[in-house]
Design a protein around this ligand. Structure first.
Ligand SMILES: *[C@@H]1O[C@H](CO)[C@@H](O)[C@H](O)[C@H]1NC(C)=O
Ligand SMILES: *[C@@H]1O[C@H](CO)[C@@H](O)[C@H](O)[C@H]1NC(C)=O
Ligand SMILES: *[C@@H]1O[C@H](CO)[C@@H](O)[C@H](O)[C@H]1NC(C)=O
Ligand SMILES: *[C@@H]1O[C@H](CO)[C@@H](O)[C@H](O)[C@H]1NC(C)=O
Length: 271
């Protein structure tokens, strides 16, 4: 009797569940069936006149048009799904080097990156035929502020601590190189999509200050900071790639957001 009740109960549940799943499926189909509105926004008004695809001085035009836009873009623009980039909040950055015994892990949480609004756009090489673009930038200063946590060994010395960090890079040259494809969407317009990218960089100097190293031991902390600053060229080999990854992410996200909204023919009109 009890077993029977269970069985019928189960059956009821089963049927209810089937109906529920069917409903969900139907909802999904209904959603898919509805024509998706593909956004086709013009370039933001602060960009000015777009460069013509057949401009004989396309590279110069791109720099002339792009350079003044950077400061404005870094304030963020919800309409184009661009977050505030000055400062840029990096929720977590992790640097891992070597093994547990001889390596180092460093983590920065809620890191704030200052300096992107002061980026100089120095040169561009745009190849619309090969769908390959290179942008060169220069920055006087790039400053990371945030809470760090470090443990392990740096170069040869044991290091441990957590607290406020200031890592400031100076004379930073970097390029953003990317390939893209064009996707023809149902509205008859093409949209660019980055397929791969690299971000080579060169850093002229680094200042590093980690507060509260070794549980706040002042002498050890000061010595370690001095050691880190004296050996910054070796340290940068460990920190640099994580920074480049963070910047690459910014570029891909910012450009991806805009490229999804603004058709390619609005970026480079051909007539
Ligand atoms: C950076 O750009 C500013 C204008 O935005 C310009 O005055 C300055 O000379 C540039 N610096 C370099 C090194 O290109
Ligand atoms: C971080 O260090 C740089 C370079 O020394 C310095 O200019 C800047 O004021 C420091 N920032 C803070 C918040 O301490
Ligand atoms: C910045 O680095 C470049 C090489 O990348 C060098 O030629 C230049 O002198 C440096 N500028 C400063 C102010 O250190
Ligand atoms: C994209 O990937 C291809 C093949 O790996 C490579 O040849 C090309 O240089 C890459 N382009 C960029 C911008 O990194």
């Amino acid at each position: 009797m009890v077993a029977n009740m269970f069985r019928s109960n189960n059956r009821f549940l089963c049927e209810a569940f089937t109906v529920f799943v069917a409903c969900l499926c139907w909802l999904q189909i209904a959603q898919y069936a509805e024509p998706v509105k593909i956004p086709a926004l013009p370039l933001p008004s602060y960009v000015g006149k777009a460069c013509r695809a057949n401009d004989p001085n396309l590279n110069e035009c791109v720099v002339r048009t792009g350079a003044p836009v950077i400061k404005r873009i870094t304030q963020g623009d919800p309409k184009y799904r661009i977050p505030k980039l000055e400062p840029l909040t990096i929720s977590k950055m992790r640097i891992e080097q070597g093994t547990k015994q001889v390596g180092m892990t460093m983590e920065c949480q809620e890191c704030q990156l200052y300096g992107l609004s002061e980026v100089n756009f120095t040169a561009a090489r745009v190849d619309l035929k090969k769908r390959h673009v290179e942008w060169d930038f220069w920055m006087d200063k790039l400053m990371f502020l945030g809470k760090y946590k470090v443990s392990g060994r740096v170069l040869i010395l044991p290091i441990t601590g957590s607290g406020d960090a200031n890592i400031t890079l100076s004379n930073v040259t970097f390029s953003f190189l990317y390939d893209y494809d064009l996707d023809l969407k149902e509205n008859g317009k093409n949209y660019a999509r980055i397929t791969n990218s690299t971000l080579p960089y060169k850093i002229g100097g680094m200042y590093i200050n980690l507060e509260n190293l070794f549980n706040g031991d002042k002498l050890l902390g000061e010595n370690m900071n001095r050691f880190l600053n004296e050996n910054w060229r070796d340290i940068i080999k460990e920190v640099g790639p994580a920074v480049a990854d963070a910047l690459t992410e910014v570029f891909r996200a910012t450009m991806g957001a805009m490229a999804d909204l603004v058709p390619f023919e609005y970026l480079f009109p051909s007539d």
